[in-house]
Design a protein around this ligand. Sequence first.
Ligand code: MG
Length: 169
Amino acid sequence: MNTKKKYLFVDFDGTIRDTIPDPTEKNPNDRRPPFEPEEVKIRVGMSEALKKWRNKGWFIVGVSNQSGVEKEQVTADKVVEVAKHTMDLLDVHFPFYYAPHKRKGTPEQLSLRKPDIGMAKLAFQEWGEPNLEESLMVGDYKADEEFAKNLGIAYVDVNDFVKEQEKNE
Ligand SMILES: [Mg+2]
């Protein structure tokens, strides 16, 4: 029997929950993660889609780049609190990993940031060996797609992920 886990990695910002407009002079279209629980808005269909995959035997793991910590826009504690609130709203709870580093940090710390696969390695250490053929990554951004590629797993864009589950209702 194959006891390796089928992982479903899922991005948070722009995937599970909406991002917040954060215009700067240089980047008028910039967006940021929600930094307060009240700012969290869940994508329609996401709770149902995650429950479906979970019920089919996939092990869900959240993987989120949170360089706002390094930039001191948000504290690490707040990132965890808001992630927990996000999962409460989803009514689906799973391990959550985040990468607080972008430029400052040890190579190991920096390797947490997608598209590098440090967060997946932590998950495999903590939760068990992956069945890479059956695992997948759901995201909204190039770094998510490259994270999947670097891990050797399939990638699904969040729009297709939610659409697919509606179709199978
Ligand atoms: Mg994202």
